[in-house]
Design a protein around this ligand. Structure first.
Ligand code: GTP
Length: 622
């Protein structure tokens, strides 16, 4: 029942027994945002006239792509009609979590801020790898799980089948799985009642020094960083000075409040409360997700557990197509970093591509989002080099190198090269098991186990090198399983592997942008593929240009661009000197758009085409 404003308790005065903190975990597109919207509407915090789809997804890209990147926390008053708590207004704090593999760390922090979670599964699709991974995270955090089948209004819904599947996985009875339609609102009131009646109230020590966990921080151009916190012990009050426990940095609490669903200022936040704080810091790095906040005076000595620095897993070079945009790119990255503690970058130069930045990302989706934001919000035209993972190279003399860029791969005597590995979970209908195994085998995967979720769906567990899945693994998996398979992975360490650096040489000069670190067994095919691609893309020069792929000094593949002398004056016999000069000037103009690699002129488009990952072979040149 929607609560009236008069009986909704103020933050900091809310009895923890009346608070329920929960989040929603779901696979992309299973309806998490729609369900959140419906809850906002049913609890009456959003005026029906102001309701718009995906109210909580604020970023344009999120709205367009329909994915949630940043979590948000919303305070919803709700008085259940059923159960032992019927009639009493409770405060539900709903934390909307991101759903993609790249943001697992953010998901795990949002989970740590809750006592319960709603597991949303599409009634027409069943559980997916991502849901499973998040479910395991929730179980590790000891959360109460409320399983929900969504979209039961769809004609293709199979609630019985998937309820049985969920019950099998979490160990409950199929009749315990709630059935809702986030679209029509069917069953959502029951779900809200269920939240109040089954999720435990938060427990914390009221008189202890304050401890609050940061589960999200967002940069706002007008207000600086807005930090979302969950108070565990004690309380935070307006105007007090607080300290960040991982760094010891102190700040004044300029504003504190709750989101419902617009920010509402409060005097403070007490035990179990979820809300936001503003301290005037300008960079999310000063307010890190997972960190513990305490009071500067008589603060806590033990931080809450679980803080981790975000670690980039995938690196790629970003270069402006137009070299004069380089300062713009730097400013744009500086701006994006204010809102993204996981983005790292440093300047880099490439013979082929000029000045740019080597950037580190949490994963491929993170890379794509940053790239898209740079192009869209800052109007930049960019070219990115093939993504690569971080390697640890140990030399025979015992020295170690961390390699984030293939061109930095050390020469000299190498003892061992280590690459990151992940535990991958793939869920698919069992008719595709053969195709999936073949794909994983070709990517150096080793099968760890296989389980049947129901009679026709399987879970496969593989250990795979991260480098083998960052590129096009997901696309391949989708195309081999007609889109039915889902994948999730988590880093589990590193392994030593037989890896080599393959250089691509034009007329004897290595082109840095094309160097790659690949497994020895695949070096030859990479070399042949790149040399073939470039042979078709590089225009003929006045001399013969060999294109070679080499490991160290050993050439493993070769193609040749034959010589031609394009004599622009050929048709111009006779005397008119001004016409000849005009033609020569025109030829010079054309040359400006070429890059020189040693003595070879290469049009920039050739680099771009060669770096693109399109499966289509490059067109033959005329
Ligand atoms: N028919 C039907 N469609 C639904 C229902 N719930 C959600 N949808 C649709 O499913 C699609 C995905 O819903 P979202 O709420 O954006 O999914 P999400 O899980 O939040 O996705 P991410 O934000 O990417 O994690 C949208 O087109 C919704 O309109 C439902 O109960 N019934």
């Amino acid at each position: 029942m929607p609560a009236t404003p008069s009986n909704v308790p103020e933050p900091s005065r809310t009895d923890p027994a009346l608070i329920r903190n929960f989040c929603i975990i779901a696979h992309i597109d299973h309806g998490k945002s729609t369900l959140a919207d419906r809850m906002l509407q049913i609890t009456g915090v959003v005026d029906p006239r102001q309701m718009r789809a995906q109210y909580l997804d604020r970023m344009d890209i999120e709205r367009e792509r329909g994915i949630t990147i940043k979590s948000q926390a919303v305070r919803l008053p709700w008085a259940p009609k059923t159960g032992s708590n019927a009639g009493t207004t409770h405060i539900l704090n709903m934390i909307d979590t991101p759903g993609h593999v790249d943001f697992t760390y953010e998901v795990s922090r949002s989970l740590a801020a809750c006592e319960g979670t709603i597991l949303v599964v599409d009634a027409a699709q069943g559980i997916e790898a991502q849901t499973l991974a998040n479910l395991y995270l929730a179980l590790e955090n000891d959360l109460t799980i409320i399983p929900v089948l969504n979209k039961i209004d769809l004609p293709a819904a199979q609630p019985e089948k998937y309820a049985a599947e969920i019950a099998h996985i979490i160990g409950c009875d199929p009749s315990d799985v709630l059935q809702v339609s986030a679209k029509t609102g069917l069953g959502v009131e029951d779900l809200l009642d269920h939240i109040v009646n089954t999720i435990p109230a938060p427990v914390g020590v009221k008189d202890a020094p304050a401890r609050a966990m940061i589960f999200d921080s967002v940069y706002d151009a007008y207000r600086g960083v807005v930090t979302y916190v969950r108070v565990v012990d004690g309380q935070l009050t307006k105007r007090e000075r607080i300290a960040m426990m991982s760094t010891g940095a102190t700040h004044e609490l300029l504003e504190i409040g709750v989101i419902s669903p617009e920010p509402k200022v409060a005097d403070g936040l007490g035990v179990g409360e979820v809300g936001y704080i503003i301290t005037g810091v300008k960079d999310v790095r000063q307010s890190k997700v997972g960190d513990t906040i305490t009071s500067q005076n008589k603060g806590a000595t033990e931080p809450l557990g679980g803080y981790k620095d975000p670690r980039p897993m995938v690196f790629s070079g970003l270069y402006p197509l137009d070299g004069s945009d380089y300062p713009l790119l730097r400013d744009a990255l500086d701006k994006l970093r204010l809102n993204d503690a996981a983005l790292v970058y440093e300047p880099e130069t490439s013979v082929a591509l000029g000045f740019g930045y080597r950037c580190g990302f949490l994963g491929l989706l993170h890379l794509e989002i940053i790239r898209e934001r740079l192009e869209r919000e800052f109007n930049l035209d960019l070219i990115s080099t093939a993504p690569n993972v971080v390697y640890r190279v140990v030399m025979e003399d015992g020295t170690e190198h961390t390699v984030t860029n293939p061109s930095e791969f050390p020469s000299g005597k190498i003892a061992e090269v280590y690459e990151p590995i992940v535990r991958g979970t793939i869920l698919a209908p069992n008719e595709f098991v053969g195709a999936i195994m073949e794909l994983c085998q070709s990517r150096r995967g080793s099968l760890q186990g296989m389980d049947y979720l129901s009679e026709d769906r399987v879970e496969l567990r593989y250990t795979l090198p991260l480098a083998e899945i960052v590129f096009d693994f997901f696309d391949q998996l989708k195309s081999k399983t007609r889109g039915y398979a889902s994948l999730d992975y988590e880093p589990i360490g590193e392994q030593s592997a037989n890896l080599v650096k393959v250089d691509i040489l034009l007329h004897g000069d290595a082109v840095d942008a094309f160097s790659a670190i690949v497994h020895k067994d695949k070096a030859y095919s990479y070399g042949v593929m790149m040399a073939g691609k470039l042979q078709k893309l590089i225009p003929r020069q006045q001399f013969e240009v060999p294109i070679q792929a080499a490991i160290g000094s050993r050439v493993i593949a070769r193609e040749t661009v034959r010589a031609i002398r394009k004599d622009v004056l050929a048709k111009c016999y006779g005397g008119d000197i001004s016409r000849k000069r005009k033609l020569l000037e025109k030829q010079k103009e054309g040359k400006k758009r070429m890059k020189m690699v040693g003595r070879v002129e290469v049009p920039q488009e050739a680099f771009i085409a060669a770096l693109s990952t399109d499966a289509e072979p490059p067109k033959d040149k005329k």
